[in-house]
Write a protein that binds this ligand. Sequence first.
Ligand SMILES: Nc1ncnc2c1ncn2[C@@H]1O[C@H](COP(=O)(O)OP(=O)(O)OP(=O)(O)O)[C@@H](O)[C@H]1O
Ligand SMILES: [Mg+2]
Length: 361
Amino acid sequence: MTQPFPGLELLSTAVLMLDEALQVTYANPAAETLLAHGRKHLLGASFERVVPGNARFAKRLAQAVADDAGFSENELTLEIAGQPVTLGCVAVPIMEEPARLLLELRELDQQIRIAREAKLVEHQQANRELIRNLAHEIKNPLGGIRGAAQLLERELPGPELREFTQVIVKEADRLQSLMNRLLTQSRLPQIEMINVHEVMERVRTLVLAEHPEVLAVRRDYDVSLPDLPGDKESLIQAVLNVARNAAQAMNGRGQIAFRTRVARQVTIAKARYRLAVAVEIEDNGPGVPENLADKIFYPLVTGREGGSGLGLSLAQSYVHQHQGLIEFESAPGRTCFTILLPVRNPAEAGLARPPSESDKP
Ligand SMILES: Nc1ncnc2c1ncn2[C@@H]1O[C@H](COP(=O)(O)OP(=O)(O)OP(=O)(O)O)[C@@H](O)[C@H]1O
Ligand SMILES: [Mg+2]
């Protein structure tokens, strides 16, 4: 049996050494953690017994031993203890009798998730910027169009043509109010310490009042959730827009679940937070139409008769105001929107006076 390698013992990446028959001759503590087996169990066991269900990868290892050649993979998915785990892997041939191959495994899931979230937020912010600029550009000439139509109306020889100038005026007004909603930022956010459950309960009451038919809203709240600094009205609006969509997608008949959870050590848009609050709104409706899935956060994108396609776009800007993240997963029968809100430092979030115990009811 190979003696422990002191240099490898302290590594945070998992290192295994395998002999010709792919039996483990050495495993460092990080490998014990990753593979969820103690060293006693690992040593002498074949790779296939240690991580069963990964025949293709085991074959690759055997080939590497036979050819005395190493390889590396950037995104390898191994099934470990019944769960798929994404890893970066490097295999190097060694002559450390009886070991023939050194295998280094680095867990990637965490890093991939962080990178994906950073990209998502960046993308969402770029979209908002583009949309705001576009809305401005559309809004400006509208006043001119409306005014010109009114002037024209006065010059018309008879009332029968007024119908047409009225169409121009009405449509210009409709577009104007749409653009105003797009550019909404009319009130300054009022930052206070917020209990997320109060927000959820308000939304629940509103959605139930709008859909008294047979809508059920199930609650699954984590009562240990901390308060967080934010603008209550915007958060209510954000959650309401999401919950309203869920109710509308099911025609008011179905189940909605409101869930809250604590999330630890989250990274959103490259900023790291020790603590965040995850709010989930799940429905058992038909799911987001597939052709809309990657654009529902864009304004004016709607799959609903009579929808204006602004609900989610606004929800997203409100969540961004709170340095948060909104995303969703959807399949027929289960659609879940998650709003992740970091618990920021009250002063940094714009709260003038830090909360004191006497503020609490
Ligand atoms: N829970 C959901 N289930 C199924 N589809 C959804 C769900 N949530 C959103 N959608 C789809 O995303 C589209 C965009 O939603 P969004 O709230 O932005 O606009 P809208 O609901 O159409 O209009 P508005 O909210 O402005 O009245 C919806 O029209 C719908 O097709
Ligand atoms: Mg909507």
